[in-house]
Ligand binder design. Structure first.
Ligand code: KIV
Length: 273
């Protein structure tokens, strides 16, 4: 095997992501919540797989990410980890499991790491949860931060519109990003903020900045798998590029199966014992 090929197959680590940023190689990241999809995504060569709390929306049918529990996130994390050989796997700490106090935050992070065998965790917020982040980092658990439109705070924002357009919010975001890097987070997701602001943060920080709706001036991109595969038709923000139209493809296949069963076309002579 060539050195380049061996490198391609090497497990992605937090350290490798920093190296990728340093040499200007973009980082690909996508969500997954189950064994079968995680297996496809990993074999396709994704750098980072996020077991996102967006599972609350796309898997459980909730309107927001708030209802999903730690047990449910651990269930999804375990399923994904059984499939993944190469990608770095990040599991979201769900709403209400780390904001209360730092001991609770550490206990939640330890459960995720022990029970899922994931590589690291992600949580949302800046200076307000600094103590929780520091305590988790002290236990040797790598953390990916998440700033900008943080969906667990949707009830505070009241809208899914672009964040940090105003100077005060932009300044706080920049200061939070520096703080996350200084205390030891290995990467940060920036969600739905102006591209210029995201590019500035990516330039000022040495840790990788992964964007979703944050433009092309960052170090990598993340999307929700159901959105980019076109499974979910209702969600069409400007930042979303669809790479497939699985809603229509699956509908076509299911309708074909129903028609074949109704007409007794399925099963035929070769499809029985
Ligand atoms: O839960 C999730 O899918 C996320 C992404 C939107 C970054 O946090």
């Amino acid at each position: 095997m060539s050195v380049a090929k061996a490198d391609e197959n090497r497990k992605v680590t937090t350290h490798r992501l920093t190296e990728m940023k340093a040499r200007g190689e973009k980082i690909s990241m996508l969500t997954a919540y189950d064994y079968s999809m995680a297996s496809i995504i990993d074999q396709a060569g994704m750098d980072v797989i996020l077991v996102g709390d967006s599972a609350s929306n796309v898997m459980a049918g909730n309107v927001t990410t708030l209802p999903i529990t730690l047990d449910q996130m651990i269930y999804h994390g375990k399923s994904v980890m059984k499939a993944v050989k190469r990608a770095l796997v990040v599991v979201d700490l769900p709403f209400g499991t780390y904001q209360g106090n730092s001991k609770e935050a550490l206990a939640s992070a330890i459960r995720v790491m022990k029970e899922t065998h994931a590589d690291c965790i992600k949580l949302e917020g800046g200076v307000e949860i600094k103590e929780s982040i520091e305590r988790i980092l002290c236990a040797g658990i790598p953390i990916m931060g998440h700033l900008g439109l943080t969906p667990q705070s949707i009830n505070k924002f009241g809208t899914y519109t672009v964040r940090a357009r105003e100077e005060a919010e932009a300044e706080k975001l920049i200061s939070d990003a520096h703080m996350l890097e200084e205390i030891g987070c290995f990467a940060i997701v920036l969600e739905k903020i102006p591209a210029k602001l995201a590019a500035r943060v990516a330039q000022e920080l040495t840790i990788p900045i992964i964007g979703i709706g944050a433009g092309g001036g960052v170090d990598g991109q993340v999307l929700v798998m159901h959105d980019m595969l076109g499974i979910n038709k209702e969600f069409s923000p400007r930042f979303l590029r669809r790479y497939a139209n699985l809603f229509d493809e699956i509908t076509h296949a299911v309708e074909g199966y129903i028609a074949d069963v109704k007409s007794s076309d399925f099963p035929n002579e070769q499809e029985q014992y």
